[in-house]
Write a protein that binds this ligand. Structure first.
Ligand code: ADP
Ligand code: MG
Ligand code: MG
Length: 210
């Protein structure tokens, strides 16, 4: 069954709730290798996005995602704001004029979103960033669709790959972002952005499990 705009909004709301619940956790992760604001940033950004969405009346799923992206860009700041802003803006570009999304539409949108983050931040796999969660999640999702597994299972595999990618950032030495200033001392800590990416993709799997 394709995703309706209602389902898309339910995912975004779940993201906002999960990021609020994990605000202190994400901020603690960022305290170890950054500037202790990632949880606060994401919570503020998604709250602002939810306020914008509450008064947005549209048929177009693309407009919903673009509204979230713009809210994140204008309220989050730092590295996370422009990167997650790009992620949601690209989801929006790929879903322009769509009133529902098929599993294949989601593959194309997620691909554009992840590629947008990579183009914007220039991080490669292994640099200890959100890309280390996002890229394996995209690849697992596409592989699952190719195998013909049901949508909910493809989303679950995608979230599981994001979790594995997130955990794999622990031993990595950061090559991008603030954590890279620490050099070797960034090893031994889980990347906050990879963690928020996992939470966001897990929220999709949970929201769209039906
Ligand atoms: P800031 O570092 O500006 O305070 P945040 O704390 O909100 O921003 O976000 C930090 C996260 O952003 C990092 O944990 C990392 O995952 C991600 N990040 C930083 N730089 C890049 C980059 N160039 N490409 C991809 N992700 C990045
Ligand atoms: Mg930070
Ligand atoms: Mg900061």
């Amino acid at each position: 069954m394709p995703l309706t705009q209602e389902a898309v909004r339910a995912w975004l709301q779940r993201c906002a709730a999960v990021l609020e619940e994990n605000r202190d956790y994400l901020t603690q992760l960022d305290a170890a290798i950054g500037d202790a604001d990632h949880g606060v940033n994401m919570d503020r950004g998604f709250k602002a996005a939810m306020t914008k969405l509450a008064s947005l009346d549209t048929q177009d799923i693309g407009t919903v995602f673009k509204t979230v992206g713009m809210a994140l860009v204008s309220t989050v700041g730092g590295a996370g704001g422009p990167l997650y802003g790009t992620f949601f803006l690209q989801l929006g570009v790929k879903t322009t004029n769509k009133q529902e999304l098929t599993p294949q539409d989601w593959a194309e949108a997620l691909e554009a979103a992840v590629n947008g983050v990579i183009a914007r931040g220039q991080a490669r796999p292994g640099d200890k960033t959100m890309v280390d969660a996002l890229l394996p999640a995209l690849e697992a999702y596409k592989a699952a669709l190719q195998e013909g597994v049901p949508f909910s299972e493809a989303l679950a595999r995608s979230a599981a790959a994001a979790e594995e990618g997130m955990k794999a950032t622990i031993p990595m030495v950061a090559k991008k972002g603030r954590a890279s200033y620490l050099g070797e001392r960034s090893a031994g800590h889980q990347d906050p952005g990879a963690t928020s990416s996992y939470l966001i993709l897990r929220a999709a799997a949970e929201s769209w499990a039906g």
